[in-house]
Design a protein around this ligand. Structure first.
Ligand code: OGA
Ligand code: NI
Length: 350
């Protein structure tokens, strides 16, 4: 509770409170009573990969999850629990540094490599509405020379991140291999197709408890722009919600699991078969929530478009045009604050 009284955003001179700038117009509020209890995001056990039959069933589960939800949780993923815990501690400690220390990273310049920022939602006819969260983002390619860019405080951050990035990097290679196979492609197809070096970024989100979660959001509705996201969320605190058939479904935390979701680039590459799904984060009254996302995106010069083997003239005509990934990002930043219709711009006329 003290936590709630004492949190101060890095871009503010006063403790956080639920002032009008955080309050959404009525039609944009989260309607927390209307969360679907019927559906839930699939949980996939990567240990099932042992036998030939197990591998086949695993590919089927992944394929179905990617088509229906664009999201799944994985357990027995091989990343040691201590490595995950150390990362969560380090990132939480970062957000709990004195606001002056975090302030040195605050910027609205999206070209900055290492940055603390605060999401807004553009709302027609009024001021932007601030989200109830603070975000910290930095690259994770070539972790050795990256180390000096990373915060010096908390003192454990650089090491915790270095270990985490190595482990999650290995996991991502296995995931791309499974997703490639699920699409009927060679195991190394997707990672090769995305180009070298890929654009690798983290995004950590800190959601302080909120006195009235009905009035605001932690993170507005969006899809992830990159190809794949591996997200770790605070144990025991719910907040992430995914849109499924017009209803919001909570992605409740499972111990030692990662949340995996596909980004816009995978939707385009798979020619719409696999989905990059809208999601959001809601807040709650009593518990702090932290999430740590690792994004894997194409190289800026990679040309993204429907994969040749997945299209034909008759049954599977391409629904997206090809573009350089940098071009997609440019469109994304042009739409900044709305983040809703980026991939639609690259759709081919029917
Ligand atoms: C994101 C995101 C959700 C969460 O960082 O893109 O969707 O659970 N985070 O914090
Ligand atoms: Ni997201």
């Amino acid at each position: 509770m003290d936590q709630m009284q004492s949190f101060q955003m890095a871009n503010s001179a006063i403790p956080l409170s639920l002032t009008s700038k955080f309050i959404l117009p009525e039609d944009k509020r989260p309607q927390l009573a209307q969360i679907s209890s019927l559906a839930s995001v699939p949980v996939i056990d990567l240990n099932d990969n042992g036998s030939k039959n197990g591998h086949y069933l695993l590919l089927q589960k992944i394929s179905q999850a990617c088509e229906e939800y664009g999201f799944f949780q994985i357990i027995n993923h091989g990343v040691p629990q201590e490595v995950c815990d150390r990362m969560m501690t380090a990132i939480t400690d970062f957000f709990e540094l004195p606001p002056e220390e975090r302030a040195e990273f605050v910027t609205e310049d999206h070209t900055k490599q290492v940055k603390v920022f605060h999401y807004n939602l553009k709302v027609e006819g009024q001021e932007k509405v601030s989200m109830w969260s603070e975000t910290f983002s930095h690259p994770w390619h070539r972790v050795e020379d990256l180390a000096r860019l990373l915060p010096r405080n908390p003192p454990e951050y650089r090491e915790a991140f270095g270990e985490y990035a190595k482990e999650v990097g290995t996991l991502i290679t296995s995931l791309f291999s499974l997703i490639s196979e699920a699409l009927g492609l060679e195991k190394d197809f997707l990672q090769k197709r995305l180009g070298d070096p890929p654009e690798l970024r983290t995004q950590a989100n800190y959601y302080p408890p909120c006195p009235n979660p009905d009035l605001t959001l932690g993170l507005a509705i969006h899809t992830d722009v990159p190809a794949l996201t591996v997200l770790q969320q605070s144990a025991g605190v719910t907040g992430l919600q995914v849109l499924k058939d017009g209803e919001w479904v909570a992605v409740d935390p499972i111990p030692n699991a990662f949340v995996i979701n596909l980004g816009d680039q995978m939707q385009v590459l798979s020619n719409g078969r696999f989905k990059s799904v809208h999601h959001r984060a809601v807040t709650n009254k009593t518990q702090l929530r932290v999430s740590f996302a690792m994004f894997y995106a194409p190289n800026l010069d990679t040309v993204i478009g429907p994969i040749e083997d997945l299209i034909d003239e008759v049954e599977h005509p391409p629904i997206y045009r090809s573009y350089r990934y940098a071009e997609f990002l440019q469109e994304f930043f042009r739409q900044e604050g709305t983040r809703r219709m980026v991939k639609e711009v690259f759709q081919l006329p029917k």
